[in-house]
Design a protein around this ligand. Structure first.
Ligand code: ZN
Length: 169
């Protein structure tokens, strides 16, 4: 099979639609504002962590402020502190879980940047030599680890290693 063929990954079936994007403008219909509890891997006072349901690659996490904001500049200093602590916690847990060789960490703001949901969220994407995930955001990838399996494993790691305390969350 050619390296860039389209492959089947079931959880990408319901890929973020233009409707989801439109709905995310309103906190009442935004998928991050009404994220089901069981999808949350870890939650602090102001920030929560979940597995991306439409992963670009294995181990793809999202760090999300609980408050419906669209811009980084809208974050309070407390939210910024917790957000970066949550990023640290995520990287620490992913290092234990899958030992990646690198990471992409960042957010997309505005349509031209490929923003999918109008509720600020930071992507954490583990990277390995030779993978192509980040450069092919819109294509299908083979991801053998489901978001649900990822969430279960990371919850265990966070608890076992007392990461909430370690990262002051
Ligand atoms: Zn929202």
């Amino acid at each position: 099979m050619a390296k860039h063929d389209i492959l089947y990954a079931p959880w990408r079936k319901k890929y973020v639609t233009s409707n989801t994007k439109k709905e995310s403008k309103n906190p009442k219909t935004c998928i991050f504002c009404k994220a089901p509890k069981e999808e949350v891997i870890f939650s602090s006072k102001k920030i929560f962590l979940q597995a991306n349901k439409y992963p670009y690659g294995e181990g793809h996490l999202l760090v999300i402020p609980k408050r419906h904001v669209n811009q980084v500049i809208d974050l309070t200093s407390k939210e910024r502190e917790e957000l970066f602590n949550m990023i640290d916690l995520s990287v620490y847990a992913l290092n234990i879980f899958m030992k990646p060789e690198g990471y992409n960490i960042g957010c997309s703001i505005g349509d031209v940047a490929g923003e999918s949901i109008k509720h600020l969220h930071f992507h954490i994407l583990p990277r390995y030599k030779g993978d192509v995930a980040w450069s092919r955001l819109c294509d299908f990838e083979v991801v053998s680890l489901s978001p649900n399996e990822l969430a279960i494993s990371l919850k265990e790691i966070i608890e076992k290693n007392k990461l909430a305390k370690k990262f002051n969350l």
